[in-house]
Every structure is written in C-alpha cells, then in structure tokens.
Design a protein around this ligand. Structure first.
Ligand code: ATP
Length: 245
C-alpha cells in the first residue's frame, strides 16, 4: 500500500524559482528510502516541505490517500508525517523522560487530563528499542551524548506513531558506530509498524545498506530512483551523479 504520494511537487523559497522540482514519488508501507545528494541539492528543503514547515510551490502530497495541506506542520503531523530535524530539536533543559512525555497526546479520562499511563508505556517502548536510554531517563536532554540525543529525537518521533518518518542528517556529529546501532532500529520499525522512512544520510554506504530504495537528488532534480542494492553495487554511478554527470 502506498503511504506517501507526491505528485509534481515543487519546493523552495521563491515562487518563481523552486530549488526542488517535479518530484513524483510513491512510497510504500514499510519502505526505507535513502535520500542522497550533494550539499545544497535540496534534501532538507524536500523533507521540510513534506513536514509542512516550508510551503509548497506546486504539486500535491498525500498520506494514505488523504491530501496534506501545504505549509501546515500541525496537519502534517496529524496525517502522520513526522520529521526528526538535523538539530534534533530537543528540549535541552527537560529530562529524557519529559521530552518523551511531551510527544504523547494527552487523554481525557473522566474529565481529567492525564497521560501518565501512556507515558509509562511510551518510556517502556523507547527503552526496549534503545536500551542505552534506560539509565538516562532522569538526565536533561542537553547533557546526553550526541548519539543518545539522536536516539531520544527518534524515539520522540516514533511515539507520535508516524506513517512517514522523515530523518534529516541522522549521523550529524555522530561516530559511524553509533549510526550503525541506530539504523537497525529504523529497519525494525519499518518492518513491524509499516512506517515508511525517508532518511537523509551523509554516510552513503550505511544508508544504502539499510535502505530498500535510493533517491538521488542533484540540483533539485531526482536523477536516480532505484533499489538501494543495485545502486550500492555500482558506486561509480553515484559518484558521477554527485559530480553532476
Ligand atoms: N531558508 C532559505 N531561504 C532561501 N534559500 C534557502 C533556504 N534554505 C535553503 N536554501 C537554499 O535551498 C537550496 C537547497 O538547500 P538544502 O538545505 O535543502 O540542501 P541540502 O541538500 O539539504 O544540503 P546539505 O546537504 O548541505 O544540508 C540551497 O541552494 C540553499 O542555499
């Protein structure tokens, strides 16, 4: 089943000069996509447009067949489009647990607003996915290591039960060994929950290893859209694309 569909999507900051053009995309349930491309290609712009943070210049976006309004981040989240931005956007002065709690919708029970039980469930789910966070629940997010912060940012996004999880620069500032420990969790979430994942990642090899499909964006155009395995087997083509060949 198609989870995310984009039709002739133009993105950018100037109406008459889109920096990402004509994106036609159908992403299936449980599919992991590596979104690759050189600096300035438009990867962040594309993710932020999908997440409703940047208004579209043209085209349509839908999640599970429901159109998503342009430039409306709240509705995008309600449609299940959840972004982990490259700066991770954590509340640095709140603890790990408090950051997780904020991601969980409050329930009204007998006229009282409470989400205590769902917070406990959310914390348990998080710790089962990222055991490294168990001892860090009472620690302020700003005092976590870079890897722990990324785990928290991803966990917070997952608690919103995304249909489409968008992750920008997963490995920003992280050692490859940390990235290697996070990527399998994304695969697992995609397989078990059917979440579609679009991952922007500078470590091309790691990204292609975890992804089903690769999109290569160069100067705002998708120049390659094919299976990650076939692209990994032919690195010369990727190099050529990066160089604008
Ligand atoms: N807020 C903005 N206003 C105007 N132009 C912008 C803005 N943000 C990005 N751009 C421009 O849009 C183009 C695409 O940038 P974007 O950050 O989306 O690329 P990217 O592929 O994510 O690059 P990187 O890998 O370096 O993060 C670039 O030319 C950039 O200068």
């Amino acid at each position: 089943m198609t989870v995310l569909a984009c039709d002739d999507l133009d993105c950018g900051y100037f109406q008459d000069n889109p920096c990402v053009r004509g994106v036609d995309l159908a992403v299936d349930e449980g599919q992991v996509i590596a979104l690759l491309g050189p600096n300035g290609a438009g990867k962040t712009t594309l993710l932020e447009t999908l997440a409703g943070l940047v208004p579209r210049i043209g085209g349509t976006v839908s999640v599970k067949g429901t159109p998503v309004k342009s430039g409306d981040a709240r509705r995008a989240v309600r449609a299940g489009m959840v972004l982990v931005p490259d700066d991770r956007a954590l509340f640095k002065n709140l603890t790990t647990e408090q950051n997780l709690a904020l991601a969980i919708p409050q329930r009204t029970i007998g006229g009282l607003v409470s989400n205590r039980r769902s917070v406990a469930e959310g914390v348990a789910q998080t710790v089962s996915r990222f055991p490294a966070l168990e001892k860090r629940l009472k620690v302020k997010a700003g005092q976590l290591s870079g890897g722990e912060q990324q785990m928290l940012a991803i966990s917070r996004a997952l608690l919103q039960r995304p249909n489409v999880l968008l992750i920008d620069e997963l490995s920003m500032g992280l050692a490859p060994v940390i990235v290697e420990s996070i990527l399998p969790v994304l695969r697992e979430v995609a397989a078990s929950d059917g979440t579609a994942v679009i991952l922007v990642e500078q470590h091309v090899r790691l990204a292609l290893d975890v992804a089903d499909r690769a999109l290569v964006l160069v100067h705002g155009d998708i120049v390659i859209d094919e299976s990650a395995a076939s692209l990994a087997a032919d690195p010369g083509r990727l190099e050529k694309a990066y160089l604008g060949g």
